[in-house]
Design a protein around this ligand. Structure first.
Ligand code: NAP
Ligand code: MG
Length: 514
């Protein structure tokens, strides 16, 4: 991020914050650039470098909008989500192209990212008429017992750049339909996608103040949102390191917090697998989004009997993958998000080498011809990796796949589970018994059988165990739990005092006291 003097640019438009329904500049007087990672000469736009005071204004606006939004019947709120989903569908191509330009993923994947936003909008719109609680029989006569979901308040939404539409929608749609208002801080690398998204939300009819957008750094804006006494729930997706810091700050205020963090996802290939299918699944999972998915497969754990054959097929296919701009339909793999990411990926290849791994293909940045102005790195496969090597333990977040050879299923399970993360895993096998054992044995929030590690659908819970998160889930019904409190309601229509646990006991029983 480069700070620039604020002001109109001849080259690219300047974008503003949305606070309480008005598009306003930051009080900081500073702006930053967003550039195309496939060609850094292409300036996408200038954005407000927000600060803590901007965050405070947005939080106050969200607080002011809260009573009216909570008083709006949930089905009415849901109708606005439907309109948003329909508008996003209409503008899917425009948003997808903007995404590819701003963060690099190939256009078909950018369309998928927008589609996830549409899907969650429609799913959560329906929650406006569901949002089920429990109605249960009371233990006492003439008494009614039920539970209802109530909104928590102002929701702080802090998101990464790798799914710049899907992830904000996964968070904002359930937050809004349940009656919370939102302050949204997108990643510094994708402020344009965020601005487009919020403009479409505004057009869909979310009332002023229900959705507020503040761009700027995590250290200034993110920190201010997380630390604010007036933000009641925070939903964060990003790195485990930042997630832990946020958990400390939120914990000091006993604030509701949902964390979706890093991964080190593995694909197991057993000796009886369909190898052609496994190769398709592995390449898609390892090199899709240039390996920059939280669910990307960065480890392949393969039984000895098929190791050499599988590696041969993977290397041949990986070598033929075309790098380039994601807007070019012949491109298989787009750029990394920025030069810092490229340096990190290159350094991990060196770490792998120093630990004894062999670079079977790739391993270097690519700067030839048209690629000279972008952050391109060749699809890389490391062989001879052992489960405890750093390249098999740490999240690289780039197109680097570590191949680990194992003796049998038991050794494979130990390797799958032997990291601090637990997001996604997969197994390729034709043996139904071993597939079911994997579903039981893999300690991850998501398990795939005969498919790669990516491809979650919005109506099932999404998230991971261990240091991938803190027990919350996105999407599905589970997402509602992040943004609501349960309220239990009892209505006694007997007209007399009835004491629970006491008056319901048969004569002579000792009920104890509650
Ligand atoms: P990141 O550096 O942790 O940043 C994520 C967001 O947090 C950004 O908006 C960032 O702002 C902000 N931030 C940074 N420091 C902060 C602070 N001190 N207080 C509050 N907010 C702060 O992660 P990233 O590099 O953007 O994203 C990649 C990571 O996300 C990977 O680890 C990946 O596995 C994870 N991820 C997880 C999931 C999942 O569902 N489990 C999904 C996608 C990605 P700036 O942009 O200004 O730094
Ligand atoms: Mg950029």
């Amino acid at each position: 991020m480069t700070d620039l003097p604020l002001g109109p640019s001849a080259e690219a438009p300047t974008h503003l914050h949305l606070v309480g329904g008005d598009w306003v500049p930051s009080g900081s007087g500073r702006a930053f650039e967003s550039r195309n990672p496939a060609d850094r000469r292409d300036l996408v736009g200038l954005f407000q470098a927000g600060d803590a005071a901007d965050a405070a204004r947005a939080i106050a606006a969200a607080g002011e909008a809260l009573p009216a939004w909570q008083a709006t019947p949930a089905p009415r709120r849901g109708e606005i989500l439907y309109r948003f989903g329909a508008l996003l569908a209409e503008r899917k191509e425009e948003v997808a192209r903007a995404m590819t330009r701003e963060m690099g993923k190939v256009l078909p994947e950018a369309r998928g990212d927008v589609q996830e936003g549409i899907d969650i909008a429609f799913l959560m719109a329906g929650e406006g008429r569901r949002m089920f609680g429990d109605t249960v029989p009371s233990e006492l006569p003439d008494k009614w017992a039920m539970s209802v979901r109530v909104p928590i308040g102002v929701a702080g939404i802090v998101t990464p750049w790798n799914f710049p539409v899907a992830i904000p929608c996964w968070k904002m749609m359930p937050a809004l339909v349940t009656g919370n208002t939102v302050v949204f801080k997108p990643a510094t690398d994708t402020p344009y996608c965020a601005t487009l998204l919020v403009r479409i939300m505004e057009e869909a009819g979310f009332p002023p103040g229900t959705v507020n957008l503040v761009t700027g750094s995590g250290a200034e804006v993110g920190d201010a949102i997380v630390g604010s006494a007036d933000v009641d729930v925070v939903s964060f997706t990003g790195s485990t390191a930042v997630g832990k810091r946020i958990a400390e700050a939120a914990g000091r205020r006993l604030k509701r917090l949902s964390l979706e963090l890093g991964g080190k996802n593995a694909i197991v290939v057993l000796g009886d697998a369909d190898l052609e299918l496994a190769v398709d699944g592995i390449l898609w999972s390892a090199f899709g989004t240039t390996g920059q998915r939280c669910t990307a497969a960065s480890r392949v754990i393969v039984e000895r009997s098929v190791h050499d054959g599988l590696v041969g097929m993977l290397v041949e296919r990986a070598r033929s993958m075309r790098l380039g701009s994601g807007l070019d339909p012949t491109t298989d793999v787009g750029p990394l998000i920025n030069e810092t990411a490229l340096e990190k990926v290159a350094s991990y290849v060196e770490i792998g080498r120093s630990e004894g791994a062999e670079v079977a293909c790739g391993g270097t940045p690519v700067r030839d011809g048209d690629l000279a102005h972008g952050s391109f790195f060749a699809p890389t496969i490391l062989t001879g990796v052992r489960p405890m090597h750093r390249v098999a333990q740490e999240e690289i977040f780039g197109p680097v796949l570590s191949v680990i050879e194992v003796e049998d299923y038991e050794e494979a399970v130990a390797a799958v589970n032997g990291t601090r993360y637990g997001l996604s895993s997969s197994i390729f096998t034709r043996d139904v018994n071993r597939a079911f054992r994997a579903m039981r044995d893999f300690r991850t929030g998501i398990v795939y059988v005969n498919a790669g590690t990516i491809g979650a659908e919005t109506h099932l819970p999404f998230g991971g165990v261990k240091e991938t998160g803190n027990g919350h889930r996105e999407a599905g019904h589970a997402a509602l739990d992040t943004y609501t409190e349960w309220k239990a309601v009892y209505v006694d229509f007997s007209g007399r005092l009835q004491r629970a646990q006491i008056d319901n006991q048969p004569d002579g029983a000792d009920p104890g006291q509650r």
